[in-house]
Design a binder for this molecule. Sequence first.
Ligand code: NAD
Ligand code: GDD
Length: 343
Amino acid sequence: MGEANRNLIVVTGAGGFIGGSYVAALRARGCTAIRAVDCKPFDEWYQHFDEVENLSLDLNLKENCEVAARGAHDIYNLAANMGGMGFIEHNKALCMLSVLINTHMLQAALKHGAKRFFYSSSACVYNADKQKTFVAPSLKEEDAYPAMAEDGYGWEKLFSERMCRHFREDYGLLTRVARFHNVYGPWGTWYGGREKAPAAICRKVIEAKLKGTREIAIWGSGKQTRSFMYIDDCVKGIDLIMNSDILEPINLGSSEAVSINQLVDMAEEIAGIKLQRKYDLSAPKGVDGRNSDNTMIQRLLHWEPNTPLRVGLDKTYHWIHDQYLARERGDSRVVRESLTTSH
Ligand code: NAD
Ligand code: GDD
């Protein structure tokens, strides 16, 4: 077994939304011993910090996971092939292949003597039968069983959750598992097919406003309900859960449920326009309703994600607006400048 450096923190998926935001938060609090890993080339990372060790590695491969885990004290495994409903419904095999990342990272963590391992699971592990109503059912941690997870993506998450548990029970690796509910905010994917509803709706409202089309396409009837967690709450929750004694998977999500129509209302209000809604009933819809039951996190951490959706969406809308204009100008420099200010 290798020796863990007392300080070294490894973040996988660091070129993506939550991983990049987690590295930014570590940097902001003065951590310097950080290794950031992602398979994307560096110029495609959403946030990139020169002061940390950055590695571009495909973590499907065991040997790369060993490079990533060497000397680590804490590992935050945020790498996965994922996206919103538009991606996961059409890429079930790709989503399930993330099992390679999680399996190899757990093995590498053990081999190199890492002390703690964080795994990012999802509300998609919950039993589909409990999410068949538009009246946002609040999902408790126990509602993952009997298992009937989201096809593809959700089953991989459930399987990897269990593998974390067995690495803890059988080998003593301190694993921590959070089930994220739909996360949004600046630096999240906002176009290209992997974007989730909050970013997609902001982008569509911005586009309609700028182009003067006065219409918006909404997937499904708009009656579907979800809760959306602002990225700052997600980062705080990861930190609290990783450093807690919570052994079992726990919800990390907002309990402010809204319908997709209400989400569109908010984006329109921020933009100061009203659009004609076109409902596409053949588009990917996922479950009818889903909310986070936060009884457990309140009891164990005396906290829950609490950024009001209206507040977080305002920040997200304006960030996407800036990105949209920069993209239209073909000017990636704006993106780089915002990167610098986020250091
Ligand atoms: P993201 O797509 O922005 O980031 C994931 C990153 O993982 C990407 O940058 C991607 O390049 C990287 N990655 C994929 N395959 C890889 C590989 N083989 N090797 C190395 N890197 C690889 O997604 P995110 O929103 O930041 O999600 C982070 C984690 O949180 C994922 O495990 C995801 O399943 C989970 N999660 C996210 C949400 C959400 O709403 N964003 C909800 C539930 C769970
Ligand atoms: N993506 C997207 N784009 N969704 C839209 C759109 C649109 O333009 N218009 C309406 N929707 C609807 C979808 O049909 C779905 O009913 C709802 O908005 C939410 O869609 P997503 O945000 O894409 O995904 P989700 O909430 O069903 O699942 C997401 O959250 C999980 C965790 O809670 C996914 O990102 C999962 O990967 C994630 O694990």
